[in-house]
Design a protein around this ligand. Structure first.
Ligand code: CP
Length: 334
């Protein structure tokens, strides 16, 4: 049974610390032929700038070959066991995953939810199916969580703050004209609580709480670390004394599937933008975001371009952390 990297919830804090330590080594020494002669399929059901580039370059730097498959729109696949395949999908994950496993050593998947039925989408059906049928390791390139982004964020935070234990981490919802995926917010919550930060989730109202699976996991990780997970709708209270501010927008889950209703609900909350006035309430906090980020909607230019902004460093960290993850699941750490 291969070891997959589907969510950091499956990896212990010690294992995540080891990945971060290896990522730091790979950042210092990027070219290491650890995966010489190996190949990886990068399967994209959704577009990407950072993920696609950093995985492809990362495999090159490890001596491996990347095969990029643009599956979005052109290659619908069925994932339901026993499905009568008389609709669009020509292929079942049962074959796709097993065939790719015969060609490559690693399969990386990006498959966003379709934002239609959260009860089904919260089970991460595409990733789950590939993990079930593949005989090689699977790495999550963003589905309903974004574990590689999580590690990149943690590496940037460690580099900026040193030890993260006890630092106040604020995950703030921000306005966006479209209802977005909760993946990065779920992941930021999991990562910050697991690493022993005191985490505050700031959102406009209860409809913006994350899926209970992540709220409960975050609360448990915080408890295990002897720290706290606090939910607030009060902007000043959230920012007060913060060491790190992390911005993300997401659609309210109870209205998922009804875009106009989600947009109507979010419209009054444009003031959740991260700006200089809010950052002035913090403990000289760092600011970050997973990117892409709509400037002056989610955060002002002043915040995004400030010396405390980690947005570019976090994005750059995608390269070494993913190399560490791929090395780990293929048993090729130095
Ligand atoms: N943050 C991130 O995953 O960026 P891309 O969507 O460009 O890959």
């Amino acid at each position: 049974m291969p070891r997959h990297f589907l969510t950091t919830a499956d990896w212990s804090r010690a294992e995540l610390e080891a990945l971060l330590a290896d990522a730091r080594a790979l950042k210092a020494s990027p070219f290491q032929p650890r995966l010489e002669g190996k190949s990886a399929a990068l399967v994209f059901f959704n577009p990407s700038l950072r993920t696609r580039t950093s995985f492809q370059v990362g495999l090159h730097q490890l001596g491996a070959q990347a095969v990029v498959l643009d599956a979005g729109g052109t290659w619908p696949i069925e994932v339901v066991e026993g499905a009568m395949m008389d609709g669009d999908p020509e292929e079942h994950a049962k074959e796709a995953a097993r065939v790719l496993s015969r060609y490559v050593d690693l399969i990386c998947i990006r498959a966003f939810p379709k934002f239609q039925n959260w009860a089904e989408e919260r089970e991460d059906p595409v990733l789950t199916a590939f993990a079930k049928y593949a005989t090689v390791p699977i790495v999550n390139m963003e589905t309903i969580v974004h574990p590689c982004q999580e590690l990149a964020m943690l590496l940037a935070l460690q580099d900026a703050h040193g030890a993260l234990e006890g630092k106040k981490f604020v995950l703030t919802w921000t306005y966006h004209p479209k209802p977005l995926n909760t993946a990065v917010a779920n992941s930021a919550l999991l990562a910050a609580t697991k690493m022993g930060m005191d985490v505050t989730l700031l959102c406009p109202q209860e409809d913006y709480l994350l899926d209970e699976r992540y709220m409960e996991a975050g609360a448990q990780f915080a408890k295990d670390a002897g720290r706290s997970l606090t939910v607030t709708h009060n902007i000043e209270e959230a920012y007060a004394g913060a060491d790190a501010v992390y911005a993300k927008s997401w659609g309210p889950l109870p209205l998922l599937g009804n875009v106009p209703a989600q947009q109507e609900m979010s419209a009054p909350y444009k003031h959740f933008i991260v700006n200089e006035e809010k950052m002035a309430l913090t403990n000289n906090a760092t600011f970050s975001h997973c990117l892409p980020m709509r400037r002056n909607v989610k955060a002002t230019d002043g915040v995004a371009d400030s010396p405390r902004s980690l947005i570019i460093e976090e994005a750059a960290n995608r390269l070494p952390v993913q190399k560490a993850v791929m090395s780990a699941v293929l048993g090729a750490t130095s």
